[in-house]
Design a protein around this ligand. Structure first.
Ligand code: SF4
Length: 363
């Protein structure tokens, strides 16, 4: 099956959405990767998110939340497992299905590997005619629906190449935060998609110009991208003089600039971490955050000393976590008048309007 688990600097399924919009992104990402190799060693936000996502995947495959760090993670895990079981039930899973977990598959041009993907979970029916491809997404990023999700479609292409007998591919994303509608794709549809995928892969090998857009925010090549640098230098009309129909473009550009600024700052953090005198007048200051662990033990140790009232005054309760805990309860407990378990909390919630923020509408 898979050659090995090394992507070998070739494009992979997780980047297809971006590459379909900007094929140059692959080239830029490879160039920037060398500059950022140390960033991986030094950690950073992306690595923390990746570690969080990996821990959730481990828990799903071990079917145990024991190693997850926080109560929120454990609640997310319960929700994912419930939704996953519901999906498998609807798909018609059987005990003798074949299951493949996190295995890398390759697409070839003649005998050369040109693209790879590592689906989180594949389930194939015993007659090998039906397959389900599932991605687990535990973070808050909202993904494209399975019917238009490039990552899932390109994984279906890889599986179709691997197993020519599969006629139906069910694509699904399981998340604790959003519900997605599974999409059933026929083999012919997957092969049609493959044509466009191969065109895009050819474009990643030639010198196409970078094309900016919303997809830039996930691009690893932003740090050295000339199109972004050009956008950063372009002068715009003053917002009050700008035709409002052009305002969405300006706001999207500013979002890209914010990401670009973060990329540049992160790069110089690395430079200064290596040589504290490299950038005159700038230094790195480490921030520390104090965290409390084991809430039960804290309550047992502190409440007898400061009293119950002072203790509860010092503790903040998370509405989201309480709602998630209620959500995880057996719905049979809520019969009769108490049909909606979330109503339990309603009498205690006070809503305060905070300062409005500007967000982009989801399409
Ligand atoms: S930053 Fe945007 S335009 Fe530049 S290479 Fe990446 S995706 Fe393309």
């Amino acid at each position: 099956m898979a050659l090995d688990d090394n992507r070998d600097s070739l494009p992979s399924a997780s980047a297809v959405t971006r590459l379909m919009k900007c094929a140059a992104s692959h080239r830029m990402t490879l160039k920037a990767r060398a500059m950022r190799q140390e960033a991986e060693e030094h950690g950073g936000k992306n690595q923390q998110y990746r570690e969080k996502g990996n821990a959730m995947h481990e828990a799903i495959f071990k079917q145990s939340a024991a190693d997850l760090e926080t109560d929120q993670d454990r609640m997310d895990y319960s929700k994912i497992m419930r939704r996953f079981r519901d999906f498998l039930g609807g798909w018609g899973a059987q005990d003798d299905d074949m299951i493949i977990r996190e295995e890398r598959f390759w697409l070839h041009q003649e005998i050369e590997p040109i693209f790879s993907g590592r689906p989180d979970y594949i389930r194939i029916s015993p007659n090998r005619q039906r397959a389900a491809i599932v991605e687990f997404k535990s973070l808050w990023n909202k993904e494209d629906e399975p019917r238009e999700n490039n990552q899932l479609w390109s994984q279906a292409v890889l599986l179709a190449e691997e197993d020519p007998g599969i006629k139906e591919f069910t694509l699904q994303i399981v998340s604790p935060h959003y519900t997605y509608t599974a999409h059933l794709a026929t083999r012919d549809e997957v092969l049609d998609y493959e044509v466009g995928l191969r065109v895009m892969l050819t474009l990643t090998q030639v010198d196409t110009p970078p094309l900016t857009g919303d997809h830039c925010k996930h691009c690893g090549g932003m740090l050295i991208c000339p199109a972004i640098a050009k956008e950063a230098a372009i002068k715009s009309e003053h917002p009050s003089e700008l035709d409002l129909k052009n305002a969405p473009k300006l706001l999207e550009r500013l979002e890209r600039m914010a990401k670009y600024i973060e990329e540049v700052r992160n790069y110089y953090k690395l430079v200064i971490a290596k040589d504290p005198l490299a950038v005159p007048g700038w230094k790195i200051v480490e921030k520390q955050m104090r965290l409390l662990k084991s809430p039960m033990k804290i309550r047992d140790a502190i409440m007898p000393v400061i009293g119950e009232k002072a203790f509860w005054n010092a503790v903040s309760v998370s509405i989201t976590k309480l709602e998630a805990a209620i959500d995880g309860l057996d719905k049979g407990l809520f019969d009769g008048d108490n049909k909606n378990p979330k109503k339990l909390l309603e009498p205690f919630i006070t809503v305060k309007t905070q300062e409005a923020s500007l967000v982009k509408e989801k399409k």
